[in-house]
Design a protein around this ligand. Structure first.
Ligand code: OSB
Ligand code: MG
Length: 369
């Protein structure tokens, strides 16, 4: 495959509500849409779904545009590669910048799917026809508000509830949820906001039988996570700490976690996601698909990769309209009343891209040849 043209779009769809985590509030979520055109006229789309600020990972939306324009595009334009493995080898000289790489990688998967006339699930080796989903609920102004949202989501069928926590917004809110909703599948995500000094709080959370605690400690500290896991019962799930299959292998080897959240954007695409999935499967560590508040384009790739067999926990997969007033695909996925999303069987993205919407919400467009 040879890429003849890359169109980069910075797109900003208004949000319906903000999303607060321990590191800050997302009030606006611009994203980067990558469109590739191959030498045989095939078109692929991808999304680089970094946040607008460097508080989750160092990447930001604008850094993605810069890296895609100045470093990724020159390396891949008009160069032949036979598969995604070879594409990623070409990009290997660029350190990190996984969100930007994912945007291009996504687009190549979509083009490969069209070229080979096989859907993404089959191309990746997926085995699940539908994926179980949960919601990730941001930090709210009150416990009352949190309970109301959970009640609604349970009624709608979501199979698990994840709430964001931080020091001072943890034990009480979890306790209230257990009191009101009993034995639901409940987990927490701290986004690195604790240290080993908070052992007492993290131990207290053990009493609530959480399915997992996601990324309690610093992203660059899997050693402290191993120390913590020895002292708490609740399984630790790593998010920010894992960027590659090697990170996953090492984290598992030192017992820093029992579960891994795989986000394609954070690890550099679907191929690396699959490799992490395989490493975890060999070692009996279950995984699930996290999200980065993607539009329907990015979410489509998440759904495809989450069809692999070792994705055994529900994905963060709230519908796009929970966050945004509009979407870039028509007829995006729906969460059914049992809390499942069907994995598309059609080739390409699996959903209808609406290019008029990309034009409507774009704030910048770069055409690279
Ligand atoms: O830590 O999982 C996270 C959103 C932005 C940044 C980090 C995280 C999240 C979420 C939202 O939890 C998940 C989603 O896309 O639905
Ligand atoms: Mg997380």
């Amino acid at each position: 495959m040879k890429i003849k043209q890359i169109d980069l779009y910075k797109v900003e769809i208004p949000m319906v509500s903000s999303f607060t985590t321990s590191f800050g509030t997302v009030k606006e979520k611009p994203t980067v849409i990558i469109k590739i055109t191959t030498d045989d006229g095939i078109i692929g789309f991808g999304e680089a779904a970094a946040l607008p600020f460097p508080y989750y990972k160092p990447d930001t939306t604008d850094i993605c545009v810069l890296v895609l324009k100045d470093y990724i595009s020159p390396l891949v334009l008009n160069k032949g590669f036979k598969d995604v493995e070879e594409l990623m080898m070409i990009l290997k000289t660029i350190k990190n910048h996984n969100f930007a790489k994912t945007g291009l990688e996504n687009a190549v998967w979509m083009a490969m799917s069209i070229k080979e006339n096989r859907n993404l699930k089959d191309l990746l080796g997926g085995t699940q026809e539908r994926i179980a989903v949960g919601e990730s609920i941001g930090i709210k102004d009150s416990i009352e508000e949190t309970l109301e949202e959970i009640e609604l989501r349970i009624k709608q069928g979501f199979r698990r509830i994840k709430i964001k926590i931080k020091p001072g917004w943890d034990i009480e809110v979890v306790k209230s949820i257990r009191e009101k909703f009993g034995d639901i599948d409940l987990m927490v995500d701290a986004n690195s906001s604790y240290t080993l000094d908070d052992l007492e709080t993290l131990r207290t959370l053990d009493a609530f039988n959480l399915t997992m605690t996601e990324q309690p400690l610093a992203d660059n500290d899997i050693v402290d996570h191993a120390t913590l896991q020895k002292q708490i019962k609740t399984p630790i799930c790593l998010d920010e700490s894992i960027h590659s299959k090697e990170d996953a292998r090492k984290a598992i080897e030192i017992n820093a976690c029992r579960i891994i959240n795989i986000k394609p954007g954070r690890v550099g695409g679907l191929l690396e996601s699959k490799k992490i999935h395989d490493v975890c499967k060999q070692r009996n560590v279950g995984v699930w698909c996290g999200g980065m508040l993607e539009t329907g384009i990015g979410r489509a790739f998440n759904i495809a990769v989450a069809s692999l067999p070792n994705y055994i926990y529900p994905a963060d997969m709230s519908p796009v309209n929970f966050f945004y007033k509009d979407d870039l695909v028509d007829d995006s996925f729906i969460v059914d009343s049992e809390g499942f999303v069907a994995v598309p069987k059609t080739v390409g993205l699996g959903f209808k891209i609406n290019e008029k919407k990309i034009e409507k919400y774009k704030t910048a467009h770069l055409k690279l040849t």
